[in-house]
Design a protein around this ligand. Sequence first.
Ligand SMILES: Cc1ncc(CO)c(N)n1
Length: 217
Amino acid sequence: MKWSDHSWNAIEPIYNKITTMPFIQELANGKLATEKFKYYIGQDALYLEQFGRVLAMIAAKAPNTEIALAFIQFSQNAMVVENTLHASYFLDYNITNNFILQPACHHYTHFLKSIVSFDSIEIAMAAVLPCFWIYKKVGDYLLNLKTVNNNPYQKWINTYGGEDFAISVTKAIRLCDEVADISNKKIKDQMTSVFYRASIMEFEFWDAAYFMKQWSY
Ligand SMILES: Cc1ncc(CO)c(N)n1
């Protein structure tokens, strides 16, 4: 079995749980409170900047030029394309980005930065994969549900459910499988373990947004 199939099986319960989260359900029916979306988009803009840097560092450490070029592109997409979506919501909702990293976002970005700094490249590639794969699955799920017309969150749904993002996601999965194929069992298991951990952090990120979780002090 491919590393990616095995690892997706491991996180499938987390993914299924994500699709039932109130944040996702209300994103689908357009009823998500503006305040909660604003919290999310503010945190996510901060997330994407750090995520983009992590992707650039994977590119810099890549074992071959194909992986280097792919991750340079992923990095640019995270910091330019996805952030353009956020900037347009910033305008729509009159948000000024004076946010600080709240706990879930802080935890997730620091987790990724620590892995890319201290662990091997295969493990870093596996740790960033849920960011691609879960968003793609959630985007497709929401695009297919299409429960309402004039959903204020449709731009978000179209970005992650769209074809362009699908191409990047397919490539990210394939490259992870290629590096897993030439790795030993210990590395493959560690790849699955960080993939699992990052998937939980995707859950926590949406949970934090729904409940607008903040530092106590
Ligand atoms: C938290 C999070 N994970 C993944 C993505 C998709 O890149 C995103 N925008 N935000």
